[in-house]
Ligand binder design. Sequence first.
Ligand SMILES: [Zn+2]
Ligand SMILES: [Zn+2]
Length: 229
Amino acid sequence: MSILNKLVSERKAEDILEYAREFHGHVCPYLALGIRASLIAMDELGVGRLDYSESVDESILAIVEVKSCFTDGVQVTTGCTLGNNSLIYLDIGKNALTLVKRSTWEGVRVYIDAERLEKYYPPGAKEFFNKVIRERKGTAEERKQLKELWEKAAKNMLHIPREEFKIEHVNVPPIEQAPIFDSIRCSKCGELTMSRRVVYVDGRPFCLRCAEKEYYAVVGRGIVRIKGR
Ligand SMILES: [Zn+2]
Ligand SMILES: [Zn+2]
């Protein structure tokens, strides 16, 4: 069993948070909430962190409704990642995770309401957050203070009682397994491109960039259509 899988099976939240720090770059409240929500969903669904065959078979999926620090906590804890196709991102904008078994499509959705989190923030944490992150104008000293307060808040979030979360058993509509597509060479740039992203102009294949078409991108605000990058 991998080290991280073992820590998750033993529910060692603080140690998982250290792995999450490596992955995410910093420790913050929503990273910790992603860990906490994942552990609750795993308890409820009776599954562990993805192992070798589960990650190859995409047999457990994590469906997140937000793309934020929370999502990274989920990826580290569940092992369902964007790259192994076991993380599904719904651009809905809620702090919720649904963990689901592909075998039966039984799932558990865990939602946390931000208004219930106020009491878990140390005094001053929100003010520093607004200045340093939201307004992007904190001094070096304020950034340092935010780091300390954020760590404290994160540690609190790891142990929020289950009652603070909305936990529901759900049936999830089936989601296809990631198909494998052939690649086709773009007539202009010469790069191989997944066939479903190739467009034909006068019978010749082009990648979306060379064809100057729009395509989807996941950016800070969510999923958007962009062109020409
Ligand atoms: Zn973060
Ligand atoms: Zn091209």
